[in-house]
Design a protein around this ligand. Structure first.
Ligand SMILES: *Cc1c(COP(=O)(O)O)cnc(C)c1O
Length: 368
C-alpha cells in the first residue's frame, strides 16, 4: 500500500457509499482511462469476470472456437469454458514469450479455408510484457475476428508507446493481491466501444432492464467492484509508475549479479515496448549451468524463499489437454527451464542478495 488508499476508503465510509457503485468506482474508472489511454472502463470484481464479459459480448457460445495463448494462467481460459466455447491454444515466440503472431495468422488462414472462423482471439501479455500486437491485430482484422487482450499481468507496460490492453476490441486487467497494483481483488474491462462497456455494465449488475420494477431480458452477473475497494485502487493507481520502477530495479539487480553465469538467460525485453518486470523470470540451461531449474527452486525453498516455475502451458493441463494446440514446444521449453524469482515491489537489496548467493552457490557446487 502507498498510504494514499486510506483516505479514499475513509471517504467511502464518511459518505456511506458501501456498495458496488459510488464515487470511488467512477473516479477509479476515469483515472484508469487517463493512465492507460482507454476510452471507456468498467471496474469489476476480478480480471476473470472482465474476461468473461468480454467473451460473452464477443458472442462466444456453445461450440464456438476461441484461439488463446497456451503459456498463461488458467484464468485466461476458464471463461471460454463458462460460455461453452472450445479453446485452441497457440504457442509462444522467443522474443517476448507471448503469442506467436505468425502461428496465429497461419491458424486463422486454415480456419478461413475450412469455412469456420473462431469467434474470438485472446492474447495474453505475460509477466509484464506486451505481445507483438501489430501483426496479431492485423491477422485478426484480416478475418474480422475480435481480439481480446488479457493484460492482467501487464499494467504499466507499453507497446509502441501505447498500453497493451487498449488496442484490441476489449482488454482486461486484474487487481488481485499478487498483481503490480491491487485492490485486494478486482478487475477492469476497457474498450473504445462505448456500447460494449455500457452493455457490460448492465450484465455486471444483474442485467436489469430500464424499468421501475425489476425486469430482466438477459442473463446477468454480480460482477461490480465495491466502492470501498475502488478507493484502494485510486490510491494504488497513483503509485503505479513507482511500482514499475521498483520492479525494473529488482530485475536490473538480478541481471547484473546473475546474468553472466553460463546457462542463465533472462526473459528478453522485446524492442516494441517497456517490460514492467512484474516478475523477474529466467531460464536455466542445465547443460551449461550444471543444475536444472528444479534444483535451483528447491535450494531456494530450503532457505524459505519461494520461487515458482513458469506457468505450466494450458495444453499440458489435465483439464485442457483434450483441446488442440498449434505448436507448443516453445511454451514447453519455458515451463521446463523457467523460474520466477522473488519480485515484490518492497523487496530489499539484502533479500535479493540472499537469493543471488544461493543461486551462485548451486552454480559453484556444480563445478566441483
Ligand atoms: C491474474 C490473472 C488473471 C485473472 O485475474 P483475477 O483478477 O485474479 O481474476 C487472468 N489472466 C492472467 C494472465 C492473470 O495473471
Amino acid at each position: 500500500m502507498s498510504g494514499l488508499e486510506q483516505q479514499y476508503v475513509q471517504e467511502a465510509f464518511a459518505s456511506n457509499w458501501i456498495a458496488p457503485l459510488g464515487p470511488n468506482v467512477d473516479a477509479f474508472e476515469q483515472a484508469f482511462c487517463a493512465v492507460t489511454g482507454a476510452k471507456h472502463a468498467l471496474a469489476l470484481s476480478s480480471g476473470t469476470a472482465a474476461l468473461h464479459l468480454a467473451l460473452r459480448l464477443s458472442g462466444v457460445g456453445p461450440g464456438d472456437e476461441v484461439l488463446v495463448s497456451t503459456l498463461t494462467f488458467s484464468a485466461s481460459v476458464n471463461p471460454i469454458l463458462y460460455e461453452g466455447g472450445t479453446p485452441t491454444f497457440i504457442d509462444s515466440e522467443w522474443q517476448s514469450w507471448n503469442m506467436d503472431a505468425a502461428l496465429l495468422a497461419e491458424t486463422l488462414a486454415a480456419r478461413a479455408k475450412a469455412g469456420r472462423l473462431p469467434k474470438a482471439v485472446v492474447v495474453v501479455h505475460l509477466y509484464g510484457q506486451s505481445a507483438d500486437l501489430e501483426p496479431i491485430l492485423a491477422a485478426c482484422q484480416a478475418y474480422g475476428v475480435p481480439l481480446i487482450e488479457d493484460a492482467a499481468e501487464a499494467l504499466g507496460a507499453t507497446y509502441k508507446g501505447k498500453a497493451p490492453g487498449t488496442l484490441g476490441k476489449a482488454g482486461i486487467f486484474s487487481f488481485n493481491g499478487n498483481k503490480i497494483i491491487t485492490t485486494s481483488g478486482g478487475g477492469m474491462l476497457v474498450s473504445d466501444d462505448e456500447a460494449l462497456i455500457a452493455h457490460a455494465r448492465k450484465l455486471a449488475t444483474q442485467a436489469r432492464d430500464a424499468a421501475p420494477h425489476y425486469q430482466h431480458s438477459e442473463i446477468g452477473f454480480n460482477y461490480r467492484m465495491s466502492n470501498v475497494l475502488a478507493g484502494i485502487g485510486r490510491g494504488q493507481l497513483a503509485v503505479l509508475e513507482e511500482r514499475v520502477q521498483a520492479r525494473r530495479a529488482n530485475f536490473a539487480f538480478y541481471e547484473e549479479t546473475l546474468g553472466h553465469l553460463p546457462g542463465v538467460a533472462f526473459m528478453p525485453e522485446a524492442p516494441w515496448g517497456r517490460h514492467t518486470r512484474w516478475l523477474t523470470v529466467l531460464t536455466i540451461d542445465p547443460a551449461q549451468f550444471g543444475a536444472d531449474r528444479e534444483m535451483v527452486r528447491l535450494a531456494l525453498e530450503a532457505e524459505n524463499i519461494e520461487a515458482r516455475p513458469v506457468w505450466k502451458p494450458m495444453h499440458l493441463q489435465p483439464i485442457f489437454s483434450k483441446y488442440a494446440c498449434m505448436g507448443g514446444g516453445v511454451a514447453e521449453h519455458f515451463f521446463q527451464n523457467g523460474l520466477c524469482l522473488p519480485s515484490g515491489s518492497n523487496l530489499t537489496r539484502d533479500e535479493q542478495q540472499r537469493v543471488v548467493e544461493i543461486i551462485r552457490e548451486i552454480y559453484q557446487k556444480a563445478r566441483v
